[in-house]
Ligand binder design. Structure first.
Ligand code: HEC
Ligand code: HEC
Length: 303
């Protein structure tokens, strides 16, 4: 039954994904979640909302993410990428820096979009309120994980748990990350952006090629030896399969954000250059243009 469910959701993900691949340069295909706009209104947090989230989580999410949110649900071992362990509080896809949690909207977006390529379906069909309830419940799991960690550390040192210190620790783990703004594309010079981006892709400053390979196929020299923070092997993304891996639009500005932020929990590094000088900004937009170009090129080649 579980296997069947997973297969069905994978198949559904792939059809929708193939449609996305028909999208032209830089535009957002229908059905894609856009970073900034996913999820209009957030209902006030309340015990009812949290309880609704807990119930829904048990039905829809626990099978992969585990009842306790530890990523060890019964279907977890069938996934190409491990379901997230929410109790660690590490999240990959976000508009807020990893100095804290992703924004609520970031979590809402991930739930809306799903990770079809990795087996997590899109939950767009749930009402906005249901998805927000899940956001709140996931945060409750992060808080529970922080408390657990504090108590474990205290036990290890044979210390009494001071409730005030415990609360302080949990609060510190629940702080939202600093919102990240993407510097606007500098005017002019778009004509050569791809050529410049191709060069930058290979440089020591950016090192994209080390992991993603010269054509973005995920076959760079370091590709085989990468591990994520959970100690699972991880492969750099193969762009030739399309950028729409996650049903979240990956426009040039989104790639610039990725360069700035990296992907927390994975070896994909962050690079602050794009915000440090106008030259850095130009470079990041050029690299993004090249990423887009590689994807478009691969798409044409496969027709
Ligand atoms: C079929 C398995 C499966 C189901 C069911 C599932 N997920 Fe996931 N989920 C995954 C996998 C695999 C990942 C990791 C993807 C990655 O690392 O790229 C993930 C990642 C996530 C993330 C992390 C995003 C980030 O930024 O790191 C969130 C949030 C999430 N899931 C929420 C949910 C919620 C809420 C539900 C239920 C409504 C759910 N998932 C159901 C497999 C699943
Ligand atoms: C040390 C290895 C490494 C380097 C260097 C690296 N990446 Fe990545 N990148 C990864 C890994 C691993 C993933 C897949 C993460 C995942 O699946 O969760 C990834 C994913 C991506 C994605 C897909 C993100 C998404 O949201 O789906 C893009 C785009 C990307 N990288 C672009 C770049 C660019 C551009 C550079 C150079 C500025 C670069 N990467 C440098 C390892 C690397």
């Amino acid at each position: 039954m579980v296997g069947l469910l997973v297969l069905v959701s994978l198949a559904a993900g792939e059809t929708a994904w193939a449609q996305d691949a028909a999208d032209a340069r830089g535009r957002v295909p229908p059905g894609m979640v856009v970073w900034e706009t996913a999820g209009a209104e957030q209902p006030q947090d309340s015990p009812q909302l949290l309880a609704a989230g807990e119930a829904l989580y048990g039905i829809r999410c626990a099978i992969c993410h585990g009842k306790q949110g530890d990523g060890e649900g019964p279907a977890a071992r069938f996934m190409g990428s491990r379901p997230r362990n929410f109790r660690r509080g590490i999240f990959k896809f976000r508009t807020a820096k990893p100095d804290g949690l992703p924004s609520d909207r970031d979590l809402f977006r991930s739930i809306t979009a799903g990770f079809p390529a990795y087996g997590m379906p899109s939950y767009r069909y749930l009402s906005d309120r249901d998805r927000w309830s899940l956001v709140h419940y996931i945060k409750a799991l992060v808080a529970a994980g922080a408390e657990e960690q504090f108590r474990r550390d205290a036990a290890e040192f044979d210390e009494e748990v001071d409730p005030a210190e415990l609360q302080e620790f949990v609060d510190s783990m629940m702080r939202p990350g600093t919102p990240l703004s993407v510097p606007a594309e500098p005017k002019g010079g778009d004509l050569d952006a791809v050529a410049r981006g191709r060069k930058l892709f290979q440089t020591d400053t950016y090192q994209c090629v080390r992991c993603h390979g010269p054509k973005g196929q995920g076959d760079g020299p370091s590709a085989k030896e990468l591990q994520d923070d959970w100690k699972n092997p991880i492969r750099p993304r193969n762009y030739t399969l399309g950028l729409a891996y996650r049903k979240v639009a990956l426009r040039r500005q989104d790639v610039v954000r990725l360069i700035l932020l990296g992907i927390p929990g994975t070896p994909m590094p962050s690079n602050s250059r794009p915000t440090e000088s106008s030259r850095g900004t130009r470079e990041a937009w050029d690299v993004a243009a090249y990423v887009e170009h590689l994807t478009a090129e691969a798409r044409q080649g496969s027709k």
